[in-house]
Design a protein around this ligand. Structure first.
Ligand SMILES: [Zn+2]
Length: 192
């Protein structure tokens, strides 16, 4: 994690991030992917669950009226800082996975995850039940849950949830989705 090395944003923040950072569940598919891990968090009636699309904290309707931007601000040097708090409950391998995920963003984008030092808006990463995050900057402290099971297959899920923190929704929820894929609606589980 060190000081920002690049004075300008290498493209990634203006339009899109590097392809390798696209959050796709396929990256973490296998024995335990995010939907499987979070299954117990999705209630019988997914419409009332606190999560949408399996791992995204449902945006508050009040928030939509009260803020104009949920982007993390870019400073004059073109760097976007995201302050973080890391729970002391993590064991060393999990901690390392998170720090490596931070470093991976730093390698290809202008994003810098920086240790929390009293900033107004920040993320608090802690092992609650399941793997989930809000999308974008929520204002104040925002929780990113990464339970021990979220680390079973390396840092893929960590990267996925951090993409949500940065403001990315799932690819299948993009406005221009239908120009690229055909949705088999009858194959979708209720609530998803
Ligand atoms: Zn997700």
């Amino acid at each position: 994690l060190g000081a920002p090395s690049a004075p300008t944003c290498p493209g990634a923040c203006s339009t899109s991030v590097a392809e390798g950072l696209t959050p796709e569940h396929s990256q973490v598919s296998g024995d335990k992917d995010i939907p499987a891990i979070n299954q117990g968090l999705i209630s019988e009636t997914p419409e009332s669950s606190f999560l949408v699309e399996g791992d995204i904290i449902r945006p508050s309707p009040f928030r939509l009226l009260s803020v104009t931007s949920n982007k993390w601000p870019k400073n004059i040097g073109g760097i976007v800082e995201v302050p973080f708090l890391l729970s002391s409950k993590y064991d060393e391998p999990s901690r390392q996975a998170i720090l490596e995920a931070f470093a991976e963003f730093e390698r290809s984008t202008c994003i810098r995850f920086v240790a929390y030092q009293g900033q107004r808006d920040f993320i608090s990463i802690l092992p609650m039940s399941g793997c989930f995050s809000g999308v974008g900057r929520s204002g104040g402290m925002q929780v990113v849950s990464l339970a021990p099971t979220c680390f079973q297959k390396g840092r893929g899920i960590v990267l996925h949830e951090l993409m949500h923190v940065l403001g990315f929704w799932h690819e299948h929820a993009r406005a221009d989705r239908d120009r690229y894929i055909r949705v088999n609606w009858n194959e979708i589980l209720p609530g998803f």
